[in-house]
Design a protein around this ligand. Sequence first.
Ligand SMILES: NC(=O)C1=CN([C@@H]2O[C@H](COP(=O)(O)OP(=O)(O)OC[C@H]3O[C@@H](n4cnc5c(N)ncnc54)[C@H](OP(=O)(O)O)[C@@H]3O)[C@@H](O)[C@H]2O)C=CC1
Ligand SMILES: CC(=O)N[C@@H](CCC(=O)OP(=O)(O)O)C(=O)O
Length: 309
Amino acid sequence: MAPKIFIDGEHGTTGLQIVSRLQDRTDIELMSMPAEQRRDADVRTKFLREADIAILCLPDDAARESVALAADAGTRFIDASTAHRSNPDWAYGFAELSPGQADRIAAAQFVSNPGCYSTGAIALIAPLVAAGLLPTDYPVTINAVSGYSGGGKQLIAQMEDGSRDDAIGAAYFAYALTLAHKHVPEIMTHTAIERRPIFTPAVGRFAQGMLVNVPLHLELMTGNPSMAEVHSALETHYSQGGAVSVVSLADSAGLARLDPEELVGTNNMKLYVCGVEGTGQVNLVASLDNLGKGASGAAVQNLDLMIGA
Ligand SMILES: NC(=O)C1=CN([C@@H]2O[C@H](COP(=O)(O)OP(=O)(O)OC[C@H]3O[C@@H](n4cnc5c(N)ncnc54)[C@H](OP(=O)(O)O)[C@@H]3O)[C@@H](O)[C@H]2O)C=CC1
Ligand SMILES: CC(=O)N[C@@H](CCC(=O)OP(=O)(O)O)C(=O)O
C-alpha cells in the first residue's frame, strides 16, 4: 500500500513547495486538509495520526505540538522547523553529511530537516573538520545572502506589498546584527566547531536562491594546506553522489561573479573553492535554493530515503 504522507503547514511557503514536488507522485498517497482547517487541532490530530509520515512546515512551537499529538501512534516525522535540529534523538536530514547519514535517515522515526543557511555552512565546514584540516577552535565567519522567501509568508508580503505599514523597500538588507541567528547552534552541532561562528546573513530583493560564504586563512588551518588540498577534501567527501557537487578549481577560478539564483527550482547545491593559490586565503561558497536543498527539496529527499523510493 502506498505510504500516506501529510504535510502539516501545507498552505505555507515551504509546504506549498513540497506539495508541488509531490503532487504527481503515484507511489505515495498525499493527504490534504482544507486550508480553513489548518489551525484546527482536532483535524490536524486526525491527519497526523493517520499518516505514515508527517512533514511539518510550521513554526517551532506548532511543530513540537504536532509531534506530541501523534508520535505515540507510530507516525514518522520530517520537521522543517528549527525545533529539533540539535536534538540527538532526531536524525539530521542532511543525507550527504557523512557516510551512514542516509541510512540513519532511512531508518528514523524522527528526522529534522536542516536550515537553509545551515545546509550551506555545514556542507563547507563539516568535511574540513572531519578531514583534520579545520581545527574546532578556528574563528569561523559565515556571510550569506538569501532570497526573501526564506522569511516565509510574512517577509514575502513585506517585500512584495508596498502598501503595507510594515513594507520593506530596501533592495538588500543585513539582519541578525547581534550575531544571534537561530541557525548558529545547529551549525555548531553538525560541524563540531566549538568556537561560536560569526554569522552575518542578509536578504536581497529576489524570491529564492542563496549564497553562503566561508572565507578562511589557510595558515590558521592544520598543516597550512593549499587551496588544492581544501578542494580535494571537499571533493572526496562528496564523491559518493547525492545533491551536493564540488565545482572544479579551474571552473571556480574562471568566475567573475556568482548568481544566488542559479539553482532555483532544484534540489542541488554547488560548492565553490575560490581564491588564488599561494595567497594564503580561500573563499568557500555554497550556492543553493533556500526552498530547494535548503528546505522543500531536502524534505522530499529525506522522504524518499524513509520510504525507500
Ligand atoms: N522559507 C524557508 O526558506 C524555510 C523555512 N523553514 C522552516 O519551515 C517552517 C515553515 O516556514 P515557512 O513555510 O517559511 O512559513 P510560512 O509562514 O510561509 O508558513 C507556515 C504555515 O504554518 C501555518 N501555521 C502557523 N502556525 C500554526 C499553528 N499553530 N497550527 C497550524 N498551522 C500553523 C501557517 O498558517 P497561517 O497562514 O494561518 O499563518 C502557514 O500555513 C518554519 O519552521 C521555517 O523556519 C526551513 C527552511 C527554509
Ligand atoms: C531570509 C530569512 O529570513 N531566513 C530565515 C531562515 C530560513 C530558514 O532556513 O528557516 P529555518 O530557520 O527554519 O531554517 C531567517 O533568517 O530566520
